[in-house]
Design a protein around this ligand. Structure first.
Ligand code: ADP
Ligand code: MG
Length: 237
């Protein structure tokens, strides 16, 4: 009962929130769940970085985002916050299957995202896992079908799409393309196109983050985003 009321209040707070007039500088001023607020505080995340201030308010409202900001600017939380909140507000549970897919160019980066997610998502029931290749393919494929959030590298994600039994993509709510420029530089264009062709488009929100802007990034954006909000944080130097 109490949980139900909290979710309704949160839903309303998101609805009432206007990113255009918002002056939020701290995470706790955003319309987010108390579970996430606690996870962020416990991880010592208090004030938002520029890219977080500019993107999270719109992403929480469900908009597609095309954002570029240099390395170290805080892009990880810019997508993890909206991902967790969207699934939380939808009362996501194991039965609902894959709710969010986060694609990262390298194992190391995927691992880092996973670790941040584990910390800030500590108070959620949502399950998350890494698919990054290496030796544990069989172990991975047995687990992926049960995960709510999948973080991985393009090649391995596509392999699971092709082979994992019971992996249901039809409910996917959020797709994150992190370090999109680097994915493309590494030759993952075709793999990303193939992944995209497997995903539903109806309900899906897509968040595309990149350190640099380029023609190939805008081409990928055109394929994956719907009326995106453009956010560019320029280097101050
Ligand atoms: P990017 O993906 O843009 O390269 P990261 O998301 O990896 O950047 O963040 C870079 C560093 O900044 C990390 O060490 C992260 O913990 C820290 N960081 C990110 N956002 C905040 C914040 N709001 N407050 C304090 N530190 C932050
Ligand atoms: Mg990053």
């Amino acid at each position: 009962k109490k949980v139900e009321q909290e979710l309704q209040d949160l839903e309303q707070a998101v609805k009432d929130y206007d990113p255009k007039t918002s002056t939020s500088t701290q995470f706790k001023e955003l319309p987010i769940s108390k579970e996430l607020a606690k996870g962020l505080t416990n991880s010592s995340f208090v004030s938002m970085t520029d890219i977080q201030k500019q993107s999270i308010p719109y992403a929480l409202k469900g908009e597609d985002i095309l954002a570029s900001a240099k390395t170290g600017s805080g892009k990880t939380l810019s997508f993890l916050v909206p991902v967790l909140e969207r699934l939380h507000r939808a009362k996501w549970s194991e039965m609902d299957g894959l709710g969010a897919l986060i694609i990262s160019p390298t194992r190391e980066l995927a691992q880092q995202i996973y670790e941040v997610l584990r910390k800030i998502g500590k108070y959620f029931q949502i399950s998350a896992g890494l698919v990054i290749g290496g030796k544990n393919y069989k172990y991975e494929s047995e687990r992926v079908a049960k995960l709510n959030i999948l973080i991985g590298t393009p090649g391995r994600i596509l392999q699971h799409f092709d082979e994992a039994v019971g992996l249901d993509l039809s409910n996917l709510q959020v797709l994150v393309l992190d370090e999109a420029d680097r994915c493309l530089d590494m030759g993952f264009k075709k793999t990303l196109d193939d992944i995209l062709s497997n995903l539903p488009t109806e309900e899906r929100q897509t968040l595309l983050f990149s350190a640099t802007q380029s023609k190939s990034v805008s081409d990928l954006a055109r394929l994956s985003l719907v009326e995106p909000r453009y956010i560019g944080v320029r280097d101050k130097d």
